[in-house]
Design a protein around this ligand. Structure first.
Ligand code: ADP
Length: 484
């Protein structure tokens, strides 16, 4: 393979208080390319001692960073945006090597991730406050917004750059310092990003990163340090619950972007071509390894035959392979465990009566590849109806009435996103309110947008990232009573 990055230029160390340093005992762990199963790099394996150094650095830097001017913070973010964009090819190549997504998608993620830097460089200037008068007229009420304090940021492997910028950018804009732990499967993109923040002039101690193969130890020591005031996490609901209980012990602010089980609903009046287009986006972006991925396709019985045939045709035409090779449209899954899970879910659905329209197998050769798959007549008791598939498998279940499909769509502990396809605006709005989700895609398979509040309800999470609201997660109100 010819990745367009120099392996010798990769950052592989911890970054603490403005210094790149080895982990205690020079411990390292390996990062693998999921397309070839070859080792790409050895990365610093931080432990609790390293974690403590990092959170202390963030704690020391907080007071001064909180007094930095909004313009200074905006300028750093803007320079970081320019640098990320200028380094698109290199960042995308690193991302493809460690995560597997095709280069074109990796470049798309760099553009998407960079936008959070630009967006929050602008929001940094507009934090504002309020001044009002009490009802009896005796008190002026001055409301200011202050940074919440040192933050713990923990990100997953599926969007190694954008999940980082989506947290780091608003934290910088708000004046918070940070300790950051990227996923152990994809630390190289995150370290390259941290390098860019250093180049952009971020003061020492504001952003500290610890890579580790023992996330519970490192993050746990941050949560219990007494220094961190907030945690922002993107990942599985199970780990989110652990962090929430640690946050409860320490009474910390929490933002959680957790799992999803997105319904993709095709109503009887939908434009099928448009629905198939949306399905390709909602299902196949990132090989289906996204919390926003359509997990359950509910298609009106009158359209099922046409929808499954058209979707299967598109899915079967996709070029599966190493994402670094030009023209690849579907890369490998991230690791063996993910592949085993997808295989198991498909086998379970088929055993319960689902029919394979296309795919349903694991191609020969190295790498964690799974063929783009369409299943139909998937029964409601199939495990994939209540499990995030996180793979390129579209599971179709027919429905007959609109009331029935709303009930089915909401019959899950999760509530991140729902997709609805219809040509009827009244129905569109009715479904938009009836779905128990934080985000709705109406006739679109893509909701992620730096200008919009991303997040879920129910067990999909707490808080929002992006949009005007994204910065509030990193701010506290302070009220000063002024006697008049
Ligand atoms: P996924 O299933 O998508 O890998 P995880 O929730 O396991 O999601 O991982 C998301 C992030 O959470 C990663 O950075 C991972 O290292 C981290 N993580 C995993 N277990 C823990 C834990 N017990 N405490 C804190 N962070 C954890």
């Amino acid at each position: 393979m010819n990745p367009s990055f120099d392996p010798n230029s990769l950052r592989k160390d911890l970054f603490i208080d403005g210094v790149w340093r080895k982990a205690a005992g020079a411990a390292t762990f390996t990062v693998e390319n999921p397309a070839t199963q070859e080792v790409i790099a050895e990365v610093a394996d931080g432990g609790p001692g390293d974690a403590l150094l990092a959170i202390r650095a963030a704690g020391r830097a907080q007071a001064q960073w909180a007094t930095s001017t909004p313009r200074a913070r905006a300028d750093i973010l803007r320079r970081a945006f320019d640098l990320v964009v200028a380094n698109t090819d290199r960042l995308a190549a690193i991302m493809t090597a460690e995560m597997g997504k095709p280069l074109a998608e990796a470049k798309g993620e760099v553009a998407y991730g960079a936008e959070f830097l630009r967006w929050f460089s602008e929001e940094a200037l507009r934090i504002g406050g309020d001044l009002t008068t009490s009802a009896d007229g005796n008190t002026r009420i001055l409301i200011s917004k202050e940074p919440v304090g040192p933050c713990v940021l923990v990100t997953p492997w599926n969007f190694p750059l954008a999940m980082g910028t989506r947290k780091i950018a608003p934290a910088i804009a708000a004046g918070c310092t940070m300790v950051f732990k990227p996923a152990e499967l994809t630390p190289l993109t995150a370290l390259a990003l941290v390098d860019i923040f250093q180049q952009a002039g971020l003061p020492d101690g504001v952003l500290n990163v610890v890579t580790t193969s023992a996330p519970a130890d490192v993050v746990g020591s941050w949560m219990n340090s007494g220094i961190a005031r907030k945690v922002s996490f993107t990942g599985s609901t199970g780990v989110g619950k652990i962090l929430l209980s640690q946050a409860a012990e320490n009474v910390m602010r929490s933002s959680m972007e957790l799992g999803g089980n997105a319904p993709f609903i095709v109503l009887a009046d939908a434009d099928v071509e448009r629905a198939v287009e949306g399905a390709m986006m909602a299902k196949m972006r990132n090989m289906g390894e996204a919390c926003t991925a359509a997990n359950r396709f509910f298609v009106h019985r009158t359209l099922v035959a046409e929808f499954e045939e058209k979707l299967a045709k598109r899915m079967s035409e996709l070029k599966v392979g190493n994402g670094a090779i030009a023209g690849t449209e579907v890369g490998p899954l991230i690791e063996q465990a993910g592949l085993d899970k997808v295989e198991g879910l498909v086998a379970d659905a088929v055993a319960r009566g689902a029919r394979v329209v296309t795919g349903g197998f694991r191609p020969e050769g190295p790498g964690y590849f799974y063929s783009p798959t369409v299943l139909t007549d998937v029964p409601l008791d199939a495990k994939l109806m209540s499990t995030e598939i996180f793979g390129p498998v579209a599971a179709i279940t027919p429905f007959d009435s609109e009331d029935e499909v709303v009930r089915l769509a909401n019959d899950t502990v999760w509530g991140l996103v729902g997709y609805v396809f219809t040509e009827n605006v009244d129905k569109a709005m009715r479904f938009s309110s009836a779905l128990e989700v934080g985000m709705v895609g109406l006739n679109t398979g893509l909701v992620s947008n730096p200008a919009a509040p991303f997040g879920g309800v129910k067990q999909s999470g707490l808080g929002r990232e992006g949009g005007k609201m994204g910065i509030d997660e990193f701010l506290e109100y302070k009220y000063t009573a002024i006697a008049t």
